[in-house]
Design a protein. Structure first.
Length: 67
């Protein structure tokens, strides 16, 4: 699963023009997203079967409804 997450992250970052060397990858659940209020980033929704959705936001906590 880690390979799927890494590949999806790299693909998304490439599409939005962000070098992967300028980023950090963290795997969190929606409850943990509360600590990312006001933090911009790329997010990926997935489960064991694969990636559902990739997006970007200027506030991860707000986007995933963790406020």
């Amino acid at each position: 699963m880690a390979e799927v997450i890494s590949k999806a992250s790299e693909d998304c970052l490439h599409r939005v023009g962000v070098a992967t060397g300028n980023c950090s990858l963290e795997v969190i659940n929606c409850k943990q997203a509360r600590s990312y209020r006001g933090v911009a980033g790329v997010y990926i929704f997935f489960d064991e079967s694969g990636v559902y959705y990739i997006g970007e936001t200027n506030d991860i906590a707000r986007r995933v409804g963790a406020l």
